[in-house]
Design a protein around this ligand. Sequence first.
Ligand SMILES: [Mg+2]
Length: 161
Amino acid sequence: MKIFKPDVAVNRIFDLDLNILKKNNIKGIVFDIDNTLAFNKEPEPSCEIEAYMNMLLKEGFKVAIASNNTEERVTIYSNKLNMDFEYRAAKPLGYKVRRLIKRMGLKRKQVCLVGDQLFTDMLGANMMGLFSVLVVPFDGDENSFIGFKRKIEKIIMKRWK
Ligand SMILES: [Mg+2]
């Protein structure tokens, strides 16, 4: 079950300790959107997210978005932040994320993937050899399939303790 385990888990992305990333020689951060940066029904980034991305850029990180959501959802959200992106990213499969990392001009070991799901984000990050950061999902409004996956995720996470 280690393949699902994040390197770091945080409540919100704002809690992520950038020094940990720097210590691990991370130069770029790839973000999931839904339940990581935004609520599912939030089409545009909040002011906090905009400010956070600007802060990351100032700190010297490259940032990008990889979401399994639709072209429309991901394009609108990412363009507002001026961030490069891949939609329908097919996580946990790596081909679209790898192509994004290539465009960032980075190596996989220099990249961190931040997301809220073990079976897409963490599994994908760990299989690709990226640094993995799990954000505890904050949106209760989810469909039943994701609800089911959450239950399985909880069982897996219990074993880590
Ligand atoms: Mg998500």
